[in-house]
Design a protein around this ligand. Structure first.
Ligand SMILES: Nc1ncnc2c1ncn2[C@@H]1O[C@H](COP(=O)(O)OP(=O)(O)OP(=O)(O)O)[C@@H](O)[C@H]1O
Ligand SMILES: CC(=O)N[C@H]1[C@@H]2OC[C@@H](O2)[C@@H](O)[C@@H]1O[C@H](C)C(=O)O
Length: 398
């Protein structure tokens, strides 16, 4: 019975660990799989991303998840069944990736699985005094471990909540360990379904790092593209570029409690969804607005709320470099709208730091699992939203 613990002990003491990081984000585009070699831990972490792929979800898979995704009312059986189903499917996808990459499963030390967020309910959003922050990720780790035969670390967000956080953003830990640079003030901006950023001051003081979600990244654009253009997203911002931003709709979209709530804060498609946009359109009496104008306005909303959030946090006299990642970094209209408003910052792609912006979140979970097995205690001081903890639950395959 000691066997698994002995194995884990060996992994913890290895010079270099092979860890597969997995992320299935709010965009539901697919499973991001990053095969990483990681040495050291904490600020001494050395990372090499050996392989990366997004395994696309087929429509049937997406439909199954959408039945319960970010919904207040669901069929409880769907939730119960999807938890093992997603875990097993993710396990099978990993085995296929390993086969394609000609990597023997036995050489993988750990899988680090985020799972699929199905509901995110921070206290600031649910406002039920007797309940804490809540967040739920499914795609059970035991099923991944048994399917692949590889020890799996999963369900990272619960510890963050237990330690007083909202369960997100967790990127801040990976950002600090991998991308902090003495002498350069950095902002790591990720634009997935939801956008978030981490402020990494050039003095490396962990007490001064900061992170928050800002609101929509691509989730609203995607929802509108799906409904009206029958496309999964606005490829290269083409629809946005053909439209004109409507100021009245933009103002109406900004009038929700999330944008007035104090930082740090987190959110999800429970708030930023099709109905929220429809309500704003109805309230502004703009029902005949062209579809391209709506996409242009939604793109501007993402840019404005990202920029406003950054401006509220950093000192305008400080120079920052912004490193953008996530699918939104591929949208030139969104990127230009951000750069135009952040004149004193230079906005670059994360790739210039040697890590693919698409792989960043999957890599993050590999780094977090590395901390779970080999990390020492890190203190981030009293900064809200960044408790000094390790995260994740360990599932043995046998
Ligand atoms: N070429 C492109 N042009 C415009 N948008 C793009 C492009 N490529 C990807 N995207 C956008 O990026 C989205 C996927 O981003 P990403 O994979 O970072 O999100 P996610 O990880 O699912 O979300 P989150 O980080 O919120 O959990 C797509 O749904 C699309 O909106
Ligand atoms: C609850 C949840 O899944 N949140 C995601 C989501 O997607 C982006 C943003 O909202 C972020 O806060 C988080 O993911 C990243 C990986 C994070 O925790 O940093």
């Amino acid at each position: 019975m000691k066997l698994h613990i002995d194995n884990l002990h060996t992994i913890a003491h290895k010079d270099s660990r092979n860890i597969i990081g997995l992320m299935s984000g709010t965009s539901l585009d697919g499973l991001d799989v990053a095969f990483c070699k990681i040495k050291g831990n904490g600020t001494e972490t050395l990372l090499k991303v050996e392989q990366f792929i997004t395994v696309p979800y087929d429509e049937a898979f997406k439909e199954k998840v959408r039945k319960i995704f970010a919904k207040r009312e669901i069929d409880f059986q769907d939730l119960c069944l999807l938890n093992p189903y997603i875990g097993t499917e993710h396990g099978k996808m990993i085995l296929q990736c390993l086969q394609n990459w000609q990597i023997e499963p036995e050489t993988v030390d750990l899988i680090a699985s985020h799972g699929q967020t199905v509901f995110h309910a921070p206290k600031k959003q649910h406002r039920l005094a007797e309940f804490p922050n809540g967040t739920l990720q499914i795609g059970d780790g035991d099923h991944i471990a048994v399917t692949t035969g590889i020890t799996t670390v999963s369900d990272f967000r619960q510890k963050h909540v237990a330690a007083g956080g909202e369960g997100a953003p967790l990127a801040v830990y990976g950002d600090y360990y991998l991308f902090s640079k003495k002498g350069e003030n950095r902002i790591l901006l990720n634009m997935g379904g939801i956008a978030n950023f981490t402020v990494l001051p050039g003095n490396m003081d962990p007490e001064l790092i900061f992170t928050t979600d800002t609101g929509p990244g691509n989730t609203l654009i995607d929802a509108y593209m799906r409904r009206f253009f029958r496309k999964p997203y606005d490829e290269n911002g083409e629809a946005a570029a053909k439209g004109t931003v409507n100021g009245i709709l933009l103002d109406s979209l900004k009038k929700i409690p999330f944008f007035d709530a104090p930082f740090p804060k987190t959110t999800g498609p429970e708030v930023f969804n099709f109905d929220y946009v429809e309500n704003a359109i109805q309230k502004s009496k703009l029902t005949s607005l062209s579809r391209n104008d709506i996409i242009a306005t939604l793109t501007q909303l993402s840019a404005d709320t990202i920029v406003t959030s950054i401006q509220k946090i950093i000192d305008s006299s400080d120079q920052y470099t912004v490193y953008a990642s996530g699918g939104g970094a591929h949208n030139p209209v969104l990127m230009a709208a951000i750069q135009n408003q952040l004149q004193h910052c230079s906005v670059k792609q994360l790739e210039v730091l040697g890590v693919s912006g698409d792989a960043k979140e999957a890599v993050l979970f590999a780094v977090l699992a590395n901390e779970t097995v080999a990390g020492a205690h890190m203190s981030f001081g009293s900064r809200e939203g960044v408790p000094g903890i390790t995260m994740g639950k360990i599932s043995f395959p046998g």
